[in-house]
Ligand binder design. Structure first.
Ligand code: F6R
Length: 603
């Protein structure tokens, strides 16, 4: 979604800001803009479309060494030049970029209009520029604080003022703001991706925190004005992790990285002596782990699907009832919050609003909440009482692949840990550990079969609609594969438990609606085969993902066996490649599918 970049130092700011915006392109946006404070005051340029279109519009003379920039994802008002950020106050002295949503914008707008303010745009964000501009406070910090006092809603903001050209003031409430600490220069962004090519020393603001950045100094404080002591941490991700690395798309790069990514999530965590794992950040001692009576996992989209597989792993290895629910629904049904339930929030970005809001609701009701998160130091990682980092490295493609796989492996680790504090035997612990260790090589084996999967994708790319089926452990794999296909190929897809076919969806089966069936060699194999028979009897085409050739299927992608509990991890991987090559065959914009954004920081 929207992205913020800011710089103050000695260098020419415009190229730096544009480079930062390009690093944020993956988040999804529809317009972009930049404001620079130079000798002749504040100058802004805004453009609908891509950052390159903004670049083309920049005048030759656009010098300055302090500036802010933004990529916008339209919420209030159409995506056009006027609604793009930065927004200015009436005198053109204040420039504001804003991520988030101001809930009381129409009220504030009406009040300001009654006072004679003329609005240029239809956005909620513009009210901020006017509120800062009209404040009679002496310092920029006070002016911003004044403005924020009137605001209800979420924000990550950066403010530039022509009368205070030595500083940028930023603030955070529900939308990320990260400072990048350089040598006699400072950066700010909503995402470390825009900073890591310049500095890996960052300060992540908390909600309710503000900061002033100057070329050689920064200061953090609360919105009430008391100083806070945010000290820099080092980002572990390298700038190169954000490059395409010779692949044509980020999605392809990220699918290909999965063997290494899984190796990383396992590294240093396995404890062979006790056939268990060490999860340093869990903050759950053995007594507390044993006291857990139920596990509830909350996530959205792909992370919710990873949570479904995670719940299955926890039930089978730890024998604790567990389920996964879309976080976006959870807090609206006034959930019963049970003190003996362990709640787990799952999020790749660690910033998804729906997940964060569910965590906050749970904490307010006194629940213990853990996080399974990829981005270190993200809002969800910080709001939760402990958790497991997924260590997938940065994921740039809008649709998630390697983070999904690593999240499921992180759940396997957690399930093993919970299991070994309860009734999972040493022998079973050892069996799962050996299975986990086999995963990277088995993932590489699947990835080597890309050509075969590409050929199959061409066979099925003419489908207007596809059915995905699986049973028990295979069902979340089917759900995730169906989501992946629809997101990037725009082919309609639905997922059903194979057992549900005859209760309705069988009516859809005909040659034009192929079925992808997840058919592991587990105790449900015969039941799955019966479902394939039912489809075949209705002349449906079948592509099976299985541990051996399936007679009833038109095609089978054979994947290596692991332990039954871990099979879903491997079975999902060829289906990521199937979605990828189908979308490629249809000429889709794979890394930036229409209407979608990488990190959904608004409701
Ligand atoms: C789909 C996808 C989304 C995200 C969802 C939650 O490929 O990536 O469904 O999984 O928006 O995002 P995170 O995991 O960042 O909370």
């Amino acid at each position: 979604m929207c992205g913020i970049v800011g710089y103050i130092g000695k260098r020419d700011v415009a190229p730096l800001l544009l480079e930062g915006l390009q690093r944020l392109e993956y988040r999804g946006y529809d317009s972009a803009g930049v404001a620079v404070c130079g000798k002749s005051g504040l100058k802004t340029v805004k453009a609908k479309g891509r950052v390159r279109e903004l670049d083309a519009k920049l005048p030759k003379r656009f010098a300055g060494s302090v500036g802010i920039a933004h990529t916008r994802w339209a919420t209030h008002g159409a995506p056009n030049d006027v609604n793009a950020h930065p927004h200015l106050d009436s005198e053109g002295k204040v420039a504001v970029v804003h991520n988030g949503i101001i809930d009381n914008a129409s009220e504030l707008r009406a009040k300001l209009t009654a006072d004679g303010v003329e609005f240029a745009s239809e956005t909620d964000s513009e009210v901020l520029a006017h509120l800062v501009g009209r404040s009679e406070a002496e310092t920029l910090e006070e002016k911003v604080r004044h403005a924020l006092r009137s605001i209800e809603g979420t924000y990550g903001i950066a403010v530039l003022h022509a009368d205070f050209p030595d500083r940028i003031v930023v603030a955070r409430n529900g939308s990320p703001v990260v400072l990048g600490i350089g040598e006699k220069e400072m950066f700010v962004s909503s995402d470390v991706a825009a900073l890591v090519s310049h500095t890996r020393q960052v300060v992540t603001l908390d909600d309710g925190e503000m900061a002033t950045i100057k070329a050689d100094d920064y200061r953090t404080y609360t919105t009430e004005g008391s100083r806070t002591s945010a000290s820099p941490t080092t980002v572990e991700w390298e700038a190169e992790s954000y490059d395409m690395g010779g692949h044509d798309t980020y999605m392809h790069k990220e699918i290909s990285e999965q063997a290494d990514a899984v190796d990383r999530v396992l590294r240093g965590r396995i404890d062979d002596r006790f056939s268990t794992v060490r999860l340093g950040g869990l903050n759950l001692d053995a007594r507390e782990a044993r006291a857990v009576r139920r596990v509830k996992i909350l996530g959205c989209g792909t992370s919710y699907h990873a949570g479904l597989i995670g719940a299955g792993l926890i039930e089978s290895l730890a024998r604790v009832p567990a389920d996964s629910e879309p976080a976006s629904e959870f807090r609206y049904r006034n959930p019963v919050v049970d003190p003996d339930t362990l709640y787990i929030a799952v999020s790749q970005s660690g910033e998804t609003y729906d997940v964060l809001a569910a965590v906050q609701e749970l904490k307010r009701k006194g629940a213990r909440v853990l996080g399974v998160v990829n981005v270190v130091g993200s809002a969800i990682a910080r709001e939760t009482d402990g958790g497991v980092y997924v260590h997938a490295g940065p994921e740039v493609c809008v649709v998630s692949t390697k983070c999904f796989t690593n999240t499921v492996v992180a759940f396997a680790l957690l399930a093993l840990h919970l299991g070994r504090t309860r009734d999972l035997s040493v022998a079973d612990g050892k069996r799962i550990i050996e299975g986990l260790r086999r995963l990277p090589a088995q993932i590489s084996e699947i990835l080597e079969r890309e050509d075969e999967i590409e050929r199959l994708a061409h066979e099925y790319a003419d489908a207007r609609s596809m059915m995905f089926i699986g049973r028990v452990r295979g069902y979340p794999v089917a759900l995730e594969a169906s989501l992946k296909l629809k997101e990037i190929s725009y082919i309609h897809a639905e997922a059903y438990p194979a057992s549900e076919l005859k209760h309705g969806p069988l009516a859809l089966i005909e040659p034009a609606m192929p079925t992808v069936a997840v058919v592991p060699d587990d105790d449900l194999l015969e039941k799955n085969r019966a479902a394939l028979e039912e489809i075949k009897a209705r002349s449906g085409r079948i592509l099976a993902v299985a541990h051996r050739e399936q007679e009833k299927a038109d095609h089978t992608i054979v994947v290596p066996r692991n332990e039954v509990e871990l099979d879903p991890i491997l079975m999902g991987i060829p289906l990521q490649l199937l979605a990828y090559h189908t979308a490629l065959a249809l000429g889709r914009d794979i890394d930036k599918p229409r209407n979608l954004a990488k990190s959904v920081t608004v409701e």
